[in-house]
Ligand binder design. Sequence first.
Ligand code: GLU
Length: 487
Amino acid sequence: MQPELKSPVRVRFAPSPTGYPHLGNIRTALFNWLFARHYGGKFILRIEDTDVARKVEGAVEAILDSLQWLGLDWDEGPYFQSQRLPIYRETGHKLLEEGHAYLCYCSPERLEAMRQEQIKRKQPPKYDRRCRDLAQQEKTRLQATGITPVIRFTTPLEGETTFHDLIRGPVTFKNDTLDDFVLLKSDGYPTYHLASVVDDHMMAISHVLRADEWLSSTPRHVLLYQALNWQPPQFAHLPMILGPDRAKLSKRHGATTVTEYQKQGYLPEAVVNFLALLGWSLDDRTELLSREELIKHFSLERVGKTPAIFNKDKLEWMNGVYLRKLSLGEFVQQALPFLDRELPKSVERPLDKTYVSQVLSLIQERAKTLVEVPQLASFFFLDELQYDTGLLLSGKLDAKSAANAITIASQKLEEVMTWDATALESALRPLAAELNLDTGKFFGLLRVAITGRTAAPPLFQTMAVLGKERCLKRFNAALQLLSTYSN
Ligand code: GLU
């Protein structure tokens, strides 16, 4: 039997709204979602908003939007921990009554001073358990001071806590390395440990799939389950995501919020495919997997133990692949808002849909993200191109022969009746030999005159889309530039 097959499968994504979700956070959501969908289970969304001080405005909305954008639909929730405070308080007090927890009156100042001292002595910061065994008299005295105590867990001083991680196998922590961690804070809010255990139990979570950074919290949770006499869920800690330099993933590696990727014109299908491969693989070859294939094949057995490496270039490449898979109509629909937003105001609106569609048929092959589309396509829309005159001579022609070549090409084009790529090519190709110019250089020159750049979609197709009038106008403008050019 596969260890992960405990039914019914109920998993959760439990983000804290302390910031906008990054790719790493959403990878956790995706793995949970895939696991639920693969086993026909439930995917539950729970917002862990008990850290009032670190709450970020708009973060909850960003979490919901990101999940929706990526099509990670949830079956239950969102539950908000801030709306469930009485449940945690009740459990905290139950633990207190049953002798698994105690009241701690230590002031934040004392705790901070202790922490600093421990850091100075190179010891791991840990509560010194001063309030663990207070004499009744002392308790009464402290109670009378009016200080609101916190509730701390009475962690066993000896022994070990072991659990089976579905990815890493058996994991053991020595209890004396664990702190008497806080369960309920003096503001009445639970800590992550208490709220997480209570909710995972109450919500009948079968599997906890979460990032590796939570591994050291798990023995605490296991001890809490034991104290509460609850059956713990199964745990699976997902491998870390690092940058190509093996440092912790950050903005500098091109990893950012999901919202930002959406703005830059990544397709949700590409992002899902990319994220699925951050720690999971089908085999050692397959890169492109549809959502359905991911659901079909996903299993924890193929989640790696070693860190996954985030590679921005791969994400871009993959997005390009997904962009090219779109029908032209779909591509136009996706790209149009980007063109509309980014093209200069001088370009007449509304954009001509037929023209846009012709232009985009040449751009689709080349764009890796939608945000690149306006940049790649702008020369199709502008009345006048701005480019460095030297670009016309980048094929090492002198200004005079360049001007001559453009003049001859213009004359030839005047005669072209059917303005399509084939006709344009048959008109222009023979000219290179007539002018005694290398074909590459000749077409390179024309490309710059037509597009203002050295790299652009195929020349004749570009000219066909631009139309006769625009092309001739651009040749004229190039001649003007050359006439004022001094070598
Ligand atoms: N609230 C935690 C987070 O922000 C959840 C950790 C867990 O999944 O238990 O990642």
